[in-house]
Every structure is written in C-alpha cells, then in structure tokens.
Write a new protein. Structure first.
Length: 207
C-alpha cells in the first residue's frame, strides 16, 4: 500500500492511497488544479483516480472535491449529514455514494472502516484503510485532546502484525505512530511531541 499526504493543516487536507487495484483520495481541501499538481509530483496520473472519501464538510477538506469529482467523473463516498452540509461547496456531483459512519466501505481491493470522532462538524469521521494484510489509520482535527480518539482507533488496528501506522493530526501537525507500540506508549510519544513541539511536518509519502 502507498499512502501520500498531499496537504495537512488548517489550510488544506488531502491524502492519496494506492493499492494494486485502487487509487483514491481521502479529502480534497486543495483546489482541483493543485491536487493535480501534487499528484503529478509523486508521479501519479490524476486521471487514474477511482474514488474519493470525504471525512467532513469543512472547506479545508472539501474545497476541490466537487470540481475533482466532476472532472474525473468519480464516485464520492460521503455520509448523509456531511453531504447535506456541503451541498453548496460540492455543487452537483453525479456519483455520490452515501453511507452511515461506522459502516465499512469496499473500493476494489481496498477496505475502509469508518468511525465517529469529536469535531465541530455534522458527522465527522476517521478511517482505517486496509489491503492485503496492511492497515493504516487516519484521523485529523484532534486539537490536543485526541487520546480518546486514539483509544477508539487502536482496536481497529489489530492484529498488530497487520497494522503499519496511525497518522494523527494534532493542531495542524502530523504524527506517525507505529502500531506495534502499545497504546500507553503512543500516548507518551504524543505527550512528548506536544510538549516539545517536535512534530513530523507534512511527510510526502508513507509506503
């Protein structure tokens, strides 16, 4: 599995996931043109995208989603409350795929588990994506009170030998936590990072 962070933080959020049979975006907070540019920087042809998943309706997650979906004619996986709240920003999309948070999504060879998180949005969610025994969890907009959310995500990441990493966004900065560490260790790592401001900033690609 290939996982690339195209943008993170309060300005824009967008991630790219690639497997043997799937190429998807998770959120699209950049302009359509900028998403194309950044995908090309990591040698991905934007026209090969299969689908998009939206985690919540804030502009820094959906700015380019509508134009991207229309241009490429790809399905947009989005829960109903988020879809209702983002109608004006998204505009007309021909292939919305509605689901309930907590429901699993299958896109070709990719399985996506969704779960609720705390954030000031209609129905915000995090995801755990898996393929061929590899799992990566992604959750954004945690502020500095994300330990409860990590506790929710952690059981979804087991068994540990099949879990690669948890990506957590705290106050606009990404932390990558190796999933073979126990949850208490993850908490200690995050506390240290938060205290020392020792963050991993915008990694281009996690493979």
């Amino acid at each position: 599995m290939r996982f690339s962070v195209l943008a993170s933080g309060s300005g824009a959020n967008a991630c790219y996931v690639e497997t043997t049979e799937s190429r998807i975006m998770i959120d699209a907070g950049l302009s359509c043109r900028e998403i194309f540019r950044r995908l090309e920087l990591i040698e991905v042809n934007p026209k090969t995208l299969d689908a998009m998943i939206i985690t919540h309706e804030h502009t820094d997650h959906v700015k380019g989603a509508g134009p991207l979906a229309r241009l490429l004619d790809i399905p947009v996986y989005i829960n109903n409350p988020t879809l209702k709240k983002s109608v004006k920003t998204l505009g007309n999309i021909s292939k919305p795929v509605a689901f309930h948070t907590g429901q699993s999504i299958t896109i070709n060879d990719l399985r996506v588990e969704t779960f609720t998180k705390c954030h000031d949005a209609a129905d915000p969610m995090g995801v755990v994506i898996s393929c061929d025994g590899v799992k990566v969890g992604l959750i954004t907009d945690l502020g500095t009170k994300g330990f409860t959310m990590l506790a929710v995500m952690y059981p979804k990441m087991h068994p540990p030998d099949q879990s690669e990493a948890i990506l957590a966004l705290f106050d606009g900065e990404i932390s990558i936590l190796q999933s073979d560490d126990p949850l208490d260790c993850k908490k200690s790592i995050l506390v240290k990072k938060l205290r020392n401001q020792d963050y991993i900033k915008n990694p281009i690609c996690l493979t």
